[in-house]
Design a protein around this ligand. Structure first.
Ligand SMILES: Nc1ncnc2c1ncn2[C@@H]1O[C@H](COP(=O)(O)OP(=O)(O)OP(=O)(O)O)[C@@H](O)[C@H]1O
Ligand SMILES: [Mg+2]
Length: 255
């Protein structure tokens, strides 16, 4: 069976540093996979390669059998890969709901003329996308903030808004870069539950970067461990927790 995402021998260097080195991963169409590893291991760089921000020096990236290499970031979004960023990137002066609606843009069908003249076709679609955006905000309990400026949201809610916006592009694969960063433990647990729910509801695959091991082990079906740009282990959470190399280099001695 072909995997949704099939990455092989992926490498990129910055100056003399091999930030990602012979990286590989396979993700099934509705799998929730964790990507863990110490600071500077290359996790975010992997996302930047998958989304066309960087071009790899070697390797292949196949989504549903189609290569993503050399495709621009917008094209890759249209092909079904959406992401959030380690450092939140929202349109801070736009409303919360407009941040989501912007992501629907490629799906909007009315003509520019219809928009300028505010023709019925424009209003009909506007209403539809307003409702779709509200539905996404509800998943993250953000609907009451819908008409506030994004910059006025608390930090944790801004992170959720980024996920809602990513979902608006109707991805097959969602890449989340430390979505729980800056959240307290109860917010984090709630977010992880929501991420699991999102995966089921939208029937998508998710690749989740996270530092907190216990958290990743709790929700992911598969975990891949990155060190110095290379995968040193991958498997079920249980396999990872018992992998001698992972224990030695990442988990430390357990007592
Ligand atoms: N554009 C760049 N130019 C030069 N070096 C870079 C660039 N992007 C990343 N690096 C380097 O590549 C390595 C991997 O960085 P990356 O941000 O992918 O790590 P990470 O695993 O996401 O770390 P963290 O857990 O801190 O977010 C680091 O040494 C980093 O300094
Ligand atoms: Mg990172």
């Amino acid at each position: 069976m072909t995997k949704l995402l099939d990455v092989k021998n992926l490498s990129v260097s910055f100056g003399g540093l091999k930030a990602v080195n012979q990286f590989e991963i396979q993700i099934g169409s509705q799998e929730l996979v964790g990507l863990i590893g110490p600071n500077g291991a290359g996790k975010t760089t992997v996302f930047n390669l998958l989304t066309g921000v960087y071009t790899p020096t070697e390797g292949s990236i196949l989504l549903d059998g189609n290569s993503l290499i050399g495709k621009g970031s917008n094209k890759i979004v249209n092909m079904g890969v959406a992401r959030t960023f380690q450092n939140i990137r929202l349109f801070k002066n736009l409303s919360v709901i407009d941040n989501v609606k912007i992501a629907f843009q490629s799906q909007m069908k009315y003509s520019a003329l219809a928009a300028v003249l505010r023709l019925p076709s424009y209003w009909k679609e506007e209403k539809l996308f307003e409702e779709k955006a509200l539905d996404l905000l509800k998943i993250f309990k953000l609907e009451n903030f819908a008409y506030q400026k994004a910059c006025n949201l608390p930090y944790g809610e801004q992170r959720k808004l980024e996920i809602a916006r990513a979902l608006a592009t109707e991805p097959k694969l969602l890449l989340l870069d430390e979505p729980a960063a800056g959240m307290n433990p109860s917010e984090t647990n709630e977010l992880m539950e929501t991420i699991r729910l999102v995966k089921e509801k939208f029937e998508i695959a998710i690749l989740l970067i996270e530092h907190d091991m216990s958290l990743v082990m709790g929700i992911c079906e598969k975990v891949a461990v990155l060190e110095y740009g290379s995968i040193i282990a991958s498997g079920s959470p249980e396999q990872i927790q018992n992998d001698p190399r992972v224990i030695a280099s990442y988990l430390g001695e357990s007592d």
